[in-house]
Design a protein around this ligand. Structure first.
Ligand SMILES: [Zn+2]
Length: 261
């Protein structure tokens, strides 16, 4: 049976001489593993369609154990992301997050559109990559039904507290009074952090492309969301996140950040 679908390549692993085993997030079938015979040959017509991050029009053949790629045409290769190492690291982490939360064979149209939108945004050189990435994290938790509750304390429902913590297990804010009673992983979140999280979770992509976020506030929310996501998914082994953290410590990066703020 042949199936035509759009897909975004999450992974391309070399198999034998010229074949590739791909993990593709497709619009119709959700995440699928696909054998792409001959796709790594330099003359292959499918070469561009099977590159990681590529948004492609695909025709898949459903075999007994896995899909195989019948033909593929790249609609957008997102090659500009690959030319910028920092953006590539962000995109790789985003792709890892999508892979971690999707289930084989289960479509998720909204997550597909979100991934496509953030990749398109990162492809444009004049967008704020860090803001887009943070926007993705906020949208990711919302679309996957794990958005932390921020209206008030998750335990006593109080809406005022001198300090708020985000309880990773409870999935929401905890006020100062209730805090001593919880022993879950948590992080302090500032009121600016709460505001920004709510804003990003509801803002369209266009609005955040040029958004300046103060580096300190960005770091705060990034750390909270990543810790929270890892706790919620019960998965901590994101390779690109480790790379991203190494990036953050390099001198060039710190300097660039300093110039921007
Ligand atoms: Zn409380």
């Amino acid at each position: 049976m042949l199936i035509q679908t759009e897909g975004i390549v999450l992974k391309n692993r070399k198999y034998q001489e010229s074949d590739g085993i791909l993990v593709i997030f497709t619009r119709k079938l959700g995440k699928v593993s696909v054998m792409a015979k001959g796709s790594r040959r330099s003359k292959s017509k499918m070469l561009s369609a099977v590159q990681p991050l590529s948004y492609s029009d695909l025709i898949l053949y459903k075999g007994k154990t896995m899909y195989s790629l019948n033909s593929g045409e790249s609609l957008k290769s997102h090659y500009k992301i690959r030319e910028d190492l920092y953006r590539l690291t962000l995109a790789s982490y985003i792709v890892e997050l999508v892979e971690a939360i999707t289930i084989e064979g289960q479509s998720n149209n909204r997550l597909f559109s979100l991934l496509l939108e953030v990749l398109e945004g990162l492809e444009e050189a004049d967008t704020k990559a860090d803001s887009l990435y943070l926007w993705f994290l906020a949208q990711y938790v919302r679309l996957n039904g794990i958005q932390p509750a921020t209206k008030g304390c998750s335990i006593c429902e109080s809406v005022s507290s001198p300090r708020w913590r985000l309880d990773f297990e409870e999935g929401g804010l905890v006020c100062d009074k209730c805090f001593s009673e919880v022993y879950h992983p948590w992080k302090t979140i500032s009121s600016k952090g709460i505001k920004l999280l709510n804003y990003l979770a509801n803002a369209p992509c266009e609005q955040v492309k040029g958004l300046d976020i103060h580096p300190k506030l960005h770091s705060e929310l990034e750390e909270i969301l990543n810790g929270y996501i890892q706790h919620q998914l019960d998965y901590r082994n994101f390779k690109s996140l480790k790379m991203l953290k190494e990036w953050r410590n390099t001198e060039i990066f710190l300097k660039k950040r300093g110039d921007n703020s």
